[in-house]
Write a protein that binds this ligand. Structure first.
Ligand code: NAP
Length: 248
């Protein structure tokens, strides 16, 4: 993918899809700043990736917190000198019906899933604009297109916001040759979906034309493509990775 010596920030990098993205980047020789809330999982991941002989750094930060985001971007620049790729992957999903969604659930979901994408993109955009190049890739969700499959209304609405934010950023970033795209996974086997329970997961998997959940690496491969210059002329795209669940 000719990504050697590029620098990437991946949020939500300690687990699931974010971990798989960081792994693929490291294998390609990308220097990665792994951002996550989960200090111990982050330490384990940084330790594991050091075996790839690519410099990586772990940064504990809450993507919904403006100061944390500023610090994370500053630390990445201090460590690696530039940022070529930003992957906004951190997200939370509480599977609850409408009448059980408290205002605090709504606000936290919006803060992490949508405000987090805005904060990181804005902070990195300053740098990419001056650099006149860059790739921003947001992780949306099929739930943001068709409503909650398993997820709550708050989660679905936040992910619909991520897709529209992607297009708005793509328009503003295009004059600087910055590509902004989203990958839109259907149900993917991670701790997030493990929490839904075996029975629910079997029911949902049966509704997917491929009859199985995606793997984190399926999403990561799409991210890798969008981060590469093979996707030079693609921007504002919402790329489905869903085994045929939604075709639009
Ligand atoms: P995951 O296994 O739960 O991993 C998410 C990671 O993000 C965790 O390490 C989590 O840390 C971290 N995180 C949560 N809140 C954060 C915050 N405020 N700041 C920094 N890091 C934070 O989830 P996943 O399944 O890999 O999901 C990754 C992304 O894909 C999410 O945006 C999700 O909405 C999206 N997605 C997932 C699926 C699916 O079926 N799995 C489908 C469509 C879209 P903690 O463990 O400490 O919370």
């Amino acid at each position: 993918m000719q990504l050697k010596d590029k620098v990437a920030i991946v949020t939500g990098a300690a687990n699931g899809i974010g971990r798989s993205i960081s792994q693929l980047f490291a294998e390609e020789g990308v220097r990665v700043a792994l951002v996550d809330l989960d200090q111990s999982a982050l330490d384990a991941e940084v330790h594991r990736l050091q075996n790839e002989r690519t410099p990586v750094v772990g940064i504990v930060a809450d993507v919904s917190d403006e100061t944390d985001v500023r610090n994370a971007v500053a630390l990445t620049l201090k460590e690696f000198g530039k940022i070529d790729i930003l992957v906004n992957c951190a997200g939370i999903c509480k599977m609850i019906p409408l009448l059980q969604i408290e205002v605090a659930d709504w606000d936290r979901t919006m803060a992490v899933n949508l405000r987090g994408v805005f904060l990181f993109s804005r902070e990195v955009f300053r740098h990419m604009q001056a650099q006149r190049s860059g790739k921003i890739i947001n992780i949306a969700s099929a739930a943001g297109k068709i409503g909650g499959i398993a997820a709550g209304a708050h989660y679905s609405a936040s992910k619909a916001g991520v897709m529209c934010l992607t297009k708005s950023l793509a328009l503003e970033a295009a004059p600087y040759k910055i590509n902004v795209n989203a990958v839109c996974p259907g149900p993917t086997k991670t701790e997030m979906t493990d929490a839904w329970g075996e029975e629910e997961n079997e029911t949902f998997a049966a509704k997917i034309p491929f009859k199985e959940y995606g793997k984190p690496e399926d999403v990561a491969q799409a991210v890798l493509f969008l981060a590469s210059d093979r996707a030079r002329y693609i921007t504002g795209e919402i790329l489905d990775v869903n085994g045929g669940l939604i075709m639009d």
